[in-house]
Structures are given as structure tokens and as C-alpha cells.
Design a protein around this ligand. Sequence first.
Ligand code: 9MR
Length: 449
Amino acid sequence: MRLLRSGFAPLATGLTALAALLVAAPAAQAADAPLRDLAHAKGRAIGTAVTGSKLTGTYGEIAGREFNWLTPGNAMKWESVEPSRGTFNWAEADRIVEFAEANGQQVRGHTLVWHSQNPGWLTNGTWTPAQLSTLLKDHIDTEMTRYKGRVDAWDVVNEPFNEDGTYRSTIWSNGLGTDYIAQALTWARAADPSAELYINDYNVEGVNAKSTALYNLVRSLKQRGVPIDGVGLQAHLILGQVPSTLQQNIQRFADLGVDVHITELDIRMQLPATEAKLTQQAGDYRAVMDACLAVSRCTGVTVWGFTDSDSWIPDWFEGYGAATPYDENFAPKPAYHAIAASLGGGTTEPPGDGCKATYRVVNQWGGGFTGEVRIDCTGAALRAWTAKWDFGAGQRITQAWNASCTQSGTSVTCSNASYNGTVPDGGSVTFGFNASWSGSNPVPVVTLS
Ligand code: 9MR
């Protein structure tokens, strides 16, 4: 894959093993309740990044109907709001905030302190540390004060780390030292005490060196009493590569006493999009949703554009696209139905096909992992069952319990034990296994028969 534009490193493919689940039955055609109603009933956010100029017609209708949070994709970045020093342009940001208010939506402000999309006058200038500090504080004050009480959460600091967990070399870390992060958060709290303050980054979805650096930073900020309310896991993912440690990672941040939001979810695939890829993508979306919903401090999920016609992917990754839940003509894709199903939407199972299998990695360590498959039936029952999947990345089952599993090449077949073949309507059965993995541990599509 070639990176078409600079500034965003392609995702590491190494440890991006897989997490969660897959539904045996195909995703449904019938429309559920809007996603925002389903999310609201669960007390969670379902958000989307938007482009202000597009908020009319079908784009505007879907943005208003389906989502309860909006993030300006670009409109609040420094280069957008202050293209020349002291000359401000709030038009697109205002429009998005007004649209959100008109539609009863909350807003994520994005983003105040970043190395990218800064105005030329700032990046080309020569500044003393004191000047740089004043510039940054004034920027935070000006923007947060403008939207005081109207932006509910801010990505105060964006992408502060390198992949190896060291601090990224930026205008801020170079000029002010790495404590610019604590300073920015402190200024942000003073500017709008009602806003939730986040640090946001990419490739921090699973447990890895970068997410551990973020974890250590948040822990130390909390210890020092620096204001920090949450971490944003961007989640610009690749098809079949939802990290298996996503839920574990979300949980460890939650255990520090901060919220977690999946802030920029998209799942790109090599084009053309085929039915098989869209089915895998639905499973991947579902895995991310389920991991978030499993942790009470995960406030919700925001997709980075809801339609493939408004996604950054094709411009940045040659040959890749189809990363969002709606296609370019605003038709909901299987991923949309997977999000709905995860939020409790009820129309995803055709009649008579009411049993589904949910795959999850319970625990993973170097070279091994424990997996679990849960079979749930609603409106249907089983007297015996067989769950099948493909371990395409070379994983091998070493041991299973509550099922008898065989593996031939990459294909795994697990059948009920003598005592758990029956899954009543409204009931469930779970079996587990240990397996080896190396390189990656992607989520398989589990089919039930
Ligand atoms: O979606 C944004 C795209 O339109 C811009 O061209 C790009 C420029 O950097 O930024 C995109 O959004 C980024 C977000 O602000 C921070 N995380 C990575 C996102 C994708 O690059």
C-alpha cells in the first residue's frame, strides 16, 4: 500500500490480530430504528465526522437522523479557523455546531493541538518558547471560548506519539517540551470547564508500545492532577485487522478512571468491494462496537465519515476505499446493519435463522491466545450445532473445552459436546479453546450449522 499524502503513517500490520465476533446470519435488509435511537437507549454515543458544506439533502438527512454526535472532520482545525494570523473563519465550524443543536446532537471538537493542518504562518514562523506558549494558549482560549458550553468534548491533543511510544517531534514538543500536553489540558479546562478533555491518537486501539505510552501518560497526568477526562482511539482500521486486544485495551484505560471513545472509526478494504469483503467488514464493525459496549466507560463510537463519498481513504491509500457504513449513493452497507445489531437493533436475523455465534479473544499473549464462541438463539432453538471458521492467518487450536474441535489446514470445525447440544430459544451455550498465533490474529467469520 502506498501512502499518497504525507502526515499520516500507514497502520502497523504486525500485531493487529483480531478481536471479536461474527454473526452467522446475513445482515438484514429492513431498516432498524435509527442508530442514534438505539445508541441513546444504551446511553452511548454514535457519532460521525461531517463536512459542513454537505449538510443538506440526503447527506444532511442521514447525518441528522442516524447520529447523536458530530465531529467536524476539518472545520475546527487551526488552519481552517485562523488561516492568516488574527483573521478567523468560523463559518464551517459554526454551521456544524448549529446543525447539531438543531438536531439535538452533541459535538466533539477536533482538534486544538496537533502537528498537522496548522496554518503556514504558524509553522513557517520562528518563535521563542514563550511566544509559542502564548500562541497555543490563545488558540485554545479563543476556540474553546467561542464554543463554550456547545462543544461537549474536545480532542485537545491529537496524535502526540510515534509508533514506538516515544513522543513525536512536533512544533509543540520541540518548542515547549513534552509537558505541552499537560499545559494544553490545563488551559483547556480553564477555557471551558464543562467540556470533556481528550487525548486522541491512532494505532492505539490494541495493546502495543504506542498505546502503552499513552496509557502511561494518562496515568501520570491523573497522578499529577492534570485535567484529563478521556482517551480517543481513532481506529482507522484495515479489513480483517481489528486488534484482538481492543476490549482489553479499552478496559485498561477505563480502569485508570478516564472515558474512552472510538473517535474516527473506518475500516478500509482493497477495491473493488465484494460481498465477501463487505461481510467481513460488517463483522469488523460489529467487533469494534461490541468491544466498546462491553466496557461501561467506553462512551461510544464515531465513524470518520458515514458515507464512502465523504471518506479520506481513497485520497490517501491508493486502491483502498469503501471504509464507511454507507456506500457512495447513501445506501446502508452490511456494516451499517452490524452497527445497528450491536446496538440492539432487532431486524438483522431472518426468521428461522435466529441463532448466532459470537467469537471473541478472551486473552492473548505472545504466541498464544484463549478464544471463546458463544451461541445465542432468539426465536429459534438448536438440538445440535457445529461452528466453523477459517484460521487464515495460521492460528492453530491446541485445546478446546465444551466442544470437540478439529482443525484441517486452516479450517476449524467445532461441534457440541454430549451435554450442550441443546440451545433453547432465548438461551446460549459457550465453548472455549486455546490456540497459537503469530504475526496477526484476525477475526474469523463463524458460521453455524
Ligand atoms: O478527514 C481528514 C481529511 O479530510 C484531511 O485531509 C486529513 C488531513 O490530515 O485529516 C483527516 O482527518 C484526520 C484527523 O483529523 C486526525 N486523525 C487522522 C484523520 C485522517 O487523516
